[in-house]
Design a protein around this ligand. Sequence first.
Ligand SMILES: [Zn+2]
Length: 276
Amino acid sequence: MTNNWDVHVIEFARSKQQRMAGLIHGAPPDEVHDLPFSFVLARDGASTVLVDSGFMREGSGEAMSRKFGIPYWISPLRMLAAMDVAPENVTDIVLSHAHFDHMGSIGEFPKAHLHIQKRELLSWHEAIALPKQFGFLTEIINPDDLRRAFDAAVEHRLNLVDGDVDDLLPGLHVRLGNGHTMGQQFIILDTARGSLVVSGDCVYSRRNLCGYNHDGVYVPLTNAIGSAWDQLKTIDRINKAIKGDLDRLIILHDAERWKAMPVVKEIEGFCIVKVS
Ligand SMILES: [Zn+2]
C-alpha cells in the first residue's frame, strides 16, 4: 500500500425526527433520529477528491430538501472553505449514486472529473423516461442533477465507470454495490490506518452489517429500489472489504455522527471529523 489518503467526513445537513423504519427493514416503528447528511473529502498530493458532493439548497435542490424534510443545512462549499478547499481546486468527485443529496452540488465544481457507475447514471435516464406510474423509482432523483452530469459529459469531465475498478485514482478503488439503487458503488480508500470503506447508501447503520442484537444476520434497507438479494450481497462485499472491522466503515448517514472520530471543525453545529 503506497497511498495515504487524508480523509475527512463533512456534515452539511440534517433531517428532523426521521423514521428509521422508512430506511431500514425491521427498525422499531417509534425510532426516529435527526439524521446527518455528509460527504467525504479525501486528499493525497495533487488530488483533492470528494466522495459525493452534498446538495445546494436553491432552485430544484431547495424543493427536494423540503420534500424530504431536511430543515437543517449549510452550504457544502462553506464547509469545504473551512478546510481550505476552493471549488475550482476539487479535481475529482466519485459519486456513490445519483440521489439528490449525494450529487446535488456537482454544478459547483467546474473542473472536477465525475466518476459514477455507468449503470447508475444510465438506469436513471431509463427510469425517468418511464410513464409517471413509475414515479416511485425516481422520487429521490433531481432531474437537474442528471442535466448537470450531461453538461460534464459534453465537457469530457464524466467518467462512466463499468463495474469494479482498482486504482480508479491511485489508492482509491470502487466496487459495484447495487441494491439501494441499480448501479450504486462503494469506495475503498488506502490510508495510513489501512483500508477504509465509504459505503454510500448501501448501509445506513452498523446494524445492516452486524444485525439486530449483534446476531450477524445482515439487514436490508426499506429505502431501496433494488432487491434484498442484491443488497445483502453488497453488504457482504462491504463486510469483507473492511474485514469485519466496523471502525473501517464510513456511513454517510450515521445517526451517531461518527462519534468515535475526532471533530476537527464545527460550524453552526455541523461537524467535520477526521477519519485518517
Ligand atoms: Zn440514496
